[in-house]
Design a protein around this ligand. Structure first.
Ligand code: CP
Ligand code: NVA
Length: 320
């Protein structure tokens, strides 16, 4: 067996850490997770067993729908030899049936990690504050770090590096925009967010990303002009105009975001080798045209696959 297919050596200093919004990790630690993800991808592809978490249990709790997060976590936890199981909102009803502190302290007596997808990021922070086992953020209204870890892995695989490249995100200044700004700034990728006025990223998160960029040498720019934003981009990224929980605003948002679309005309302004990324689910004819999505489908579904490998890296690194 080649050296690359040996079981990876897990860094012990990440054990017990939460994975909430990247800010609990240094740029070097983030890079370490990407390296581990690439190793785990090789093991999976070669069907080499890598049961690094034998005997552990991981609970998954969802208050919003999911395909990628649900399935990739369940398969990933199983690949690592641990036991995945779902907790439904009707069962836990976080913060309603009992306090978040009591839910956290109880679950930590049974399981080795909790992955949660919910609305308020503050609830996840509170769960983490009271939990003795690591908490993984599987998406909140403010952040989606698991997705961005997979996105960085995808860009790194495609181009061989991250530092010095530019990623442009077109659309709502939402959880994806926030996590992309933080993740890109940490690894030294320039990032431009093109969003309409009133829908731009939260200023305090932009400020944090700019501080991280000042250290890594990356620029973090917020713009309302798609055409200038996509210039020189190696990766053009988009996400739905109305996120989960904003269904009532969907029609109104279609008007506001009409110009904020990844289409052939805008892609012609990016670098010739530019890739298109989409966290999915996609709404063809809204944030992306069917033509552009299908042209870049290979990388978009590679990106979806990379959720599995990236999250396995997080699980293997942080679970004790
Ligand atoms: N991208 C993503 O998180 O997809 P799901 O909502 O299907 O999990
Ligand atoms: N911004 C989207 C991301 C989906 C993965 C949402 O929160 O619905």
């Amino acid at each position: 067996m080649s050296a690359i297919l040996d079981a990876p050596v897990l860094p012990t200093y990440l054990k017990g850490r939460d994975f909430l919004n990247f800010l609990e990790y240094s740029p070097e630690e983030l890079q370490e997770l990407l390296t581990l993800a690439a190793q785990l991808k090789q093991l999976k592809r070669s069907k080499t067993p890598h049961k690094l978490l034998e005997g552990r249990s991981v609970a998954m709790y969802f208050e919003k729908p999911s395909n990628r997060t649900r399935v990739s976590f369940e398969v990933g936890i199983f690949d690592l030899g641990a036991h995945p199981f779902m907790l439904r909102k009707e069962e836990i009803n976080l913060g309603v049936r009992e306090t978040i502190a009591d839910t956290a302290r109880t679950l930590a007596r049974y399981v080795d990690c909790v992955m949660i997808r919910t609305f308020a990021h503050q609830d996840v922070e509170e769960l983490a504050q009271w939990s003795d086992v690591p908490i993984i953020n599987g998406l909140t209204d403010d952040y989606h770090p698991c997705q961005v870890l997979a996105d960085l892995l995808t860009v790194q695989e495609k181009f061989g590096n991250l530092k010095g490249r530019k990623l442009t995100y077109v659309g709502d200044g939402n959880n994806m925009a926030h996590s992309l700004m933080l993740g890109c700034a940490m690894v030294g990728m320039d990032v431009t967010i093109a969003s309409p006025s009133g829908y731009q990223p939260q200023p305090e998160i932009t400020k944090k990303a700019q501080e991280l960029g000042a250290v890594s040498g990356a620029t973090v720019v917020i713009s309302d002009d798609v055409k200038s934003a996509v210039k020189n981009a190696s990766a053009v990224y988009t996400d739905v105009w109305a996120s989960m929980g904003q269904e009532a605003e969907a029609e109104a948002r279609k008007k506001v975001f009409r110009e904020y679309q990844v289409n052939a005309e805008n892609m012609a302004l990016a670098l010739p080798e530019a890739i298109v990324l989409h966290c999915l689910p996609a709404h063809r004819g809204e944030e992306i045209t069917a033509e552009v999505l299908e042209k870049h489908a290979d990388i978009i579904f590679e990106q979806a696959e990379n959720r599995l490998h990236a999250q396995k890296a997080v699980l293997a690194a942080i679970i004790k």
